[in-house]
Design a protein around this ligand. Structure first.
Ligand SMILES: NC(=O)c1ccc[n+]([C@@H]2O[C@H](COP(=O)([O-])OP(=O)(O)OC[C@H]3O[C@@H](n4cnc5c(N)ncnc54)[C@H](OP(=O)(O)O)[C@@H]3O)[C@@H](O)[C@H]2O)c1
Length: 268
């Protein structure tokens, strides 16, 4: 499958577009590729402000759907609303949540919300959009945002690491199953990005913007959009992350888990 994904003048749906990587992916698609964007997240005010920015600065069409991906009824509504008013050509499932701490101290409701957001909504939206994209026959694409934490076991983010391992595996399998249709599936697996996610979890005290291996959301988004348009099956951005991904292939997983535990162990 070597024909590039064309985003110009076509609609791309992006989840998690109120903050961090999702905002910068939307900006990159509008600014650099003249693509129309449909933004999804819970914070409507942020989505509306970004829509206005992209329309005014880049002359593209932009719309938003406020929805909570941890609620099944919202996930169904996203597909209905998205496809009622426009033709969707590409879908970027980027929204995700994490935590930092001991697995045995993760609250059950927090775990459930993470599973619903990172895994269940991704599978449901993929299941709704993939047949739609295939039916349209315009060689669209689906991008799933995973993480290096989906390639390497990350203690103190155990459940998050598990959700991202699921996303990586699911996306790569789905990509093979739909290969003949002309619709591509890209799994994008970044390492640390300086976004609200690091601040919210406290991880920004351990991994700071500007540190080796912590990317700016702008740089990370440029990698994500390039990999998506080139229809890469799995893409890890940055030399350090690529080295970690390679290490995960050749070193025993137990050893990797031990080393990662030492890096991620919170101070008592
Ligand atoms: N930051 C990192 O170091 C890092 C590293 C590797 C991978 N990633 C992955 O990159 C993706 C983007 O993360 P980020 O760093 O940009 O994080 P972020 O700044 O915290 O953004 C997360 C986005 O997801 C949305 N979201 C979260 N829960 C949601 C829900 N229940 N319903 C709807 N939207 C929801 C948030 O919007 P609302 O709050 O407005 O709903 C926000 O737009 C995630 O999948 C993350 O796992 C991040």
């Amino acid at each position: 499958m070597n024909q590039m994904l064309e985003l110009r003048g076509r609609w791309t749906l992006i989840t998690g577009a109120s903050s961090g990587l999702g905002v910068e992916i939307a900006r990159t698609i509008a600014r650099d590729h003249g693509g129309h964007v449909l933004l999804v997240a819970r914070r409507r005010d942020k989505l509306e402000a970004l829509c206005e920015e992209l329309r005014v600065r880049h002359g593209v069409q932009a719309a938003c759907i406020a929805a909570d991906l941890s609620r099944p009824e919202d996930v169904e509504r996203i597909f209905t609303e998205a496809t009622q008013a426009r033709d969707i050509h590409a879908v970027i499932l980027n929204a995700g949540v994490t935590y930092w701490g001991e697995a045995m101290k993760l609250g059950w409701s927090e775990f459930q919300a993470m599973l619903d957001t990172n895994v269940t909504s991704m599978v449901r939206l993929s299941s709704l959009f993939m047949p739609y994209l295939v039916e349209r026959g315009t060689r669209g694409g689906l991008l799933l945002v995973s993480s290096v934490a989906g390639l390497i076991p990350v203690p103190y983010q155990a459940a998050y690491s598990g959700t991202k391992a699921f996303v990586t595996s699911y996306g790569q399998c789905l990509g093979q199953e739909v290969r003949h249709t002309g619709v591509s599936v890209t799994v994008f697996a970044p390492g640390g990005i300086a976004t609200e996610m690091l601040d919210r979890t406290g991880l920004s005290n351990r991994f700071k913007a500007g540190d080796l291996g912590v990317m700016s959301p702008e740089a990370c988004a440029a990698h994500a959009v390039r990999a998506f348009m080139r229809r890469k099956e799995l893409y890890v951005p940055g030399l350090l992350n690529q080295t970690l991904a390679l290490a995960a292939k050749v070193l025993p997983r137990g050893f990797m888990a031990q080393r990662t535990a030492a890096i991620y162990k919170p101070e008592r």
